[in-house]
Design a protein around this ligand. Sequence first.
Ligand code: DAH
Length: 335
Amino acid sequence: MEKEIEELRGAAMAAIGSARHREDLGPLRIQWLGRQGRLSQLFKKLSESPVQQRATLGKALNDLKAAIQSRLEEQEQKLALTPRPAPVGFDVTLPGRRSPLGRRHPLSQTMERIKTVFGTLGFEMAYGPEIETAHYNFDALNIPVDHPSRDAFDTFFLSDGRLLRSQTSTVQVRVMEKRIPPLRIVAPGRVYRPDRVDATHHFMFHQVEGLVVDRRVTFADMKYVLEVALQALFGRERKMRLVPSFFPFTEPSAEVFMSCPFCEGGCAVCSRSGWLEIAGCGMVDPNVFRAVGYPEGEYTGFAFGFGLDRIAMLAYGIHDIRLFTENDCGFLHQF
Ligand code: DAH
């Protein structure tokens, strides 16, 4: 039996020493030290050997076990430090392959900037559903029953009478119905209109709605907020002007124009006028306050709304709104 022990020692050491990869050591460990392994078999034989020799043989076996264990560990450490030889035909000097990095969509980037700008002015974000009722999209916004925007040509209606919101002004109503002033919110989101798709129109686009309501909010407050926001987005040199307009939910109403960032005095983008229309705004119509149940004459406020796609197109010089939804990586990678 002593001879067997020595043979086993020789064989085990040789096998472990010739292992070339760490992964080879697992099977060797099982082969030599496992329950069904070679060493266990010898341990079992111990009971058959003469009683006087058992103690010595037992010790020899235990020593062998310890020796195999430490040899395995030693080899494991050695192999951990040895690099695997490169397979033939493999050029280790080639530069590595870069994993392609994604970017944030230009609309998301624009949205982040708008959030930051209005966040600094004390506005909070508000959201509303894209599937709406006529109450939120029209009635509460003082849009008369015979208004053309209620036409199926201008709004997508669902078969159950609900609709896809055609403006984010819906969120004004939702917020005011739930909360009392002071309110300062911006509400970004998707809106839908059955428009023929071309370079500047889409059936789905994005708007950002703003609403400020408190006691004694004035038209001058609105002008200030809009100008600060516009200059934060497009640069301090941009000028703003308000042109009288009409929206059912504001009185008085205005269109917001910004001096064209692409030219001095006239180019194709601004139709040679030097000005670009970028938003609608106005003082909240008392009928809207009535619709949400605010006490008569208590509050004033202003609202504004602009197209996020249009802002992003102007900010990045993008000429076709369709590019935003085409997921063309060549396009998206430029931002
Ligand atoms: N909802 C308007 C639209 O879709 C934009 C708008 C104009 C929003 C004036 C407003 C506003 O809040 O005061 O054309």
